[in-house]
Design a protein. Structure first.
Length: 199
């Protein structure tokens, strides 16, 4: 799992005015929870970019005034107009405590249905997974080799070691449907075959 080091400073004041001043200085107000106590801190907005603007799951090595804790971003709030991050929640991780995370799905291989002209429809881009931090997968691979036209790959078919998928087992991740072009080609082929029989 990818890990990024970020430094944080404990906030002495936690009011709105203090938060506004921090943002003006390029800092983001943050809270670290999950341990015995909550810690209010501030982190650099620039340091957060590789953590927030990526589809990957990233662990954060959070150095708070000399003490390092392992965490993940549990929630991030953005300004509605500027899209700049305004607040962030970190969840402290423990090796013996399970955590739930959204893990990106990666389609692998080639679908024979798509090769034939079928249309690929991906319904889910991420799956909610519960596991110990050391067992969290970077991505969930979904093989496409068995997907003919009209076939689907469901959540129940995902196999993970030492991790549990929390999504509904019946939910479709990806399917291959009949495209308009393929339907037309099949209809034309059927018409041609009928015409051949009449002769």
């Amino acid at each position: 799992m990818k890990s990024i080091a970020i430094s944080g400073s404990v906030r002495q004041n936690v009011g709105k005015r203090d938060a506004k001043e921090l943002r003006y200085q390029g800092q983001v107000p943050a809270v670290l929870y999950g341990g015995t106590t909550q810690t209010h801190l501030s982190v650099s907005a620039a340091d957060l970019k590789p953590v927030l603007y990526t589809p990957d799951v990233v662990f954060v090595e959070l150095n708070i005034e000399g003490k390092t804790v392992k965490a993940i971003v549990q929630d991030a709030q953005f300004h509605p107009l500027t899209d700049l991050v305004t607040h962030i929640d970190f969840l402290e991780l423990f090796d013996d405590k399970e955590v739930s995370l959204n893990i990106p799905i990666q389609l692998t291989g080639t679908s024979p249905g798509v090769k034939m002209g079928g249309k690929l429809v991906q319904k889910l881009r991420k799956l909610r997974v519960k596991a110990l931090p050391t067992n969290i997968p970077q991505v969930i691979e979904v093989p496409m080799e068995s997907l003919e036209v009209g076939k689907s790959f469901r959540v129940a078919q995902v196999q993970l070691e030492n991790a549990k998928v929390l999504n509904n087992a019946d939910d479709t991740i990806v399917s291959v449907i009949m495209s308009r072009a393929l339907r037309q080609a099949e209809q034309e082929a059927a018409k041609a075959a009928k015409g051949g029989k009449k002769k």
